[in-house]
Design a protein around this ligand. Structure first.
Ligand code: NAD
Ligand code: IPM
Ligand code: MN
Length: 370
């Protein structure tokens, strides 16, 4: 058995609660699948601010770089909301993405059959939805300079950010989207606001060039981001891969999550470039939800997004497709069996808390592997 190095960063709010359930799954993999993980735990976000004075220390970045993969929970919360901008917990995840070069954030929105009725949209609209949002995650308005809030001579304040993309940043994330589409249903919908934004114009142009030169076999559709939001709610089945910049990808992936019933269901993978000499790539896996301060500490958070993020980790970082699929299958069985956390509760189903849901996944793993 090979030892795989994992850095686990539970973070704040429900992060540690849902991460505990992943640990059960990791223990199970250890015991039953002859895969050993060397696990190191670290602090990030508000909990790191409290203990180390910074949302993500240099030591944590170094550990993340040395690990084969990072499993991340979520950061933030009311306790730290009044801190100055440069000290906020959210900078923890932003720093990790930036320092590890994690430019491609893959956010699958899959409507599972047992949850069709849990969606806020009509069953016939969402049944069978299977979308992959590819969000650029190290550029754009999240990092562009200049940015700030300044006080003008008349005493009024002015806030500003810069949405900026280099063409190479657009091209490399476009390739990730086209590669994925080739393995899926062969279609990329690239979203921007080329009608009002210069960086959006460049986005459309560069995606088109990459498409023409390298991926003519894939269907490319360009769509304005606002229209995409509308189409996601009215005709989501038209989408296969959605490619967007940092901000549009963030917003549209939360929207896509709502189709599936709950933010508590959706995992993500954030990938760096493959190093040509070692063949390795940095990667971080996290649910797309945040620290959910409104339900933190109550033991009712849905752990499935975090568990499914671990499945993505097995697939993308370790090539363990069989184990990843097994874990996803176990989650499907638990849902088909009628267990529901509060966020996906439906009439006639059994409401359970975080740890009962985690235990149920492990029990299904046992049955599937028997
Ligand atoms: P949120 O995702 O934390 O919560 C939005 C809503 O979804 C809440 O009602 C919450 O209870 C619910 N929800 C989220 N995850 C759930 C789960 N697993 N099970 C059940 N319900 C769940 O977003 P927010 O409230 O806008 O942000 C809260 C904090 O989290 C903020 O500080 C924000 O910056 C931060 N945040 C962090 C990340 C991250 O760490 N990657 C992502 C998003 C938001
Ligand atoms: C996400 C979150 C983060 C983002 C925040 C916490 C910085 O919303 O991972 O989707 O905006 O990228
Ligand atoms: Mn978000």
């Amino acid at each position: 058995p090979s030892n795989k190095k994992l850095l686990v960063l539970p973070g704040d709010g429900i992060g540690p609660e849902v991460m505990r359930e992943v640990r059960r799954v990791i223990d199970w993999m250890d015991r039953r699948r002859a895969v050993s993980f060397d696990i190191e735990e670290g602090l990030v976000g508000g909990s790191a601010i409290d203990a180390e004075g910074t949302p993500c220390s240099d030591a944590t970045v170094a550990k993340a770089k040395a690990a084969d993969a990072v499993l991340f929970g979520s950061v933030g919360g009311p306790k730290w909301d009044s801190l100055p901008f440069e000290q906020r917990p959210e900078l923890g995840i932003l720093r990790l993405r930036k320092d590890l070069g994690l430019f491609a954030n893959l956010r699958p929105a899959l409507v599972m059959d047992p949850l069709v009725e849990a969606s806020s949209l009509k069953p016939e609209i969402v049944r069978g939805v299977d979308i992959m949002v590819v969000r650029e995650s190290t550029g754009g308005v999240y990092f562009g300079e200049p940015r700030g809030v300044e006080t003008l001579p008349d005493g009024k304040r002015r806030g500003f950010d810069t949405d900026v993309y280099h063409e190479d940043e657009i091209a490399r994330v476009a390739r990730v989207a086209f590669d994925l589409a080739r393995k899926r249903r062969g279609k990329v919908t690239s979203v921007e606001k080329a009608n009002v934004m210069q960086s959006g114009r460049l986005w459309r142009a560069v995606v088109g060039e990459v498409h023409k030169a390298e991926y003519a076999d894939v269907e490319l559709e360009n769509m304005y981001a606002d229209n995409c939001a509308m189409q996601l709610c009215s005709r989501p089945k038209q989408f296969d891969v959605i490619l967007g910049n940092n901000l549009f990808g963030d917003v549209l992936s939360d929207l896509a999550a709502a189709l599936t019933g709950s933010l508590g269901m959706l995992p993500s993978a954030t990938l760096g470039a493959v190093d040509p000499t070692s063949g390795r790539r940095h990667a971080l896996y996290e649910p797309i939800h945040g620290s959910a301060p409104d339900i933190a500490g109550k033991g009712i958070a849905n752990p499935l997004a975090q568990i499914l993020s671990f499945a993505m980790l097995l697939r993308w970082s370790f090539g363990m497709e069989e184990d990843a699929a097994l874990l996803e299958q176990a989650v499907g069985k638990v849902l088909a069996g009628g267990l529901r956390t509060a966020d996906i509760m439906q009439p006639g189903m059994a409401r359970v808390g975080t740890s009962v849901m985690g235990e149920a996944v492990v029990r299904e793993l046992d049955k599937l592997a028997a």
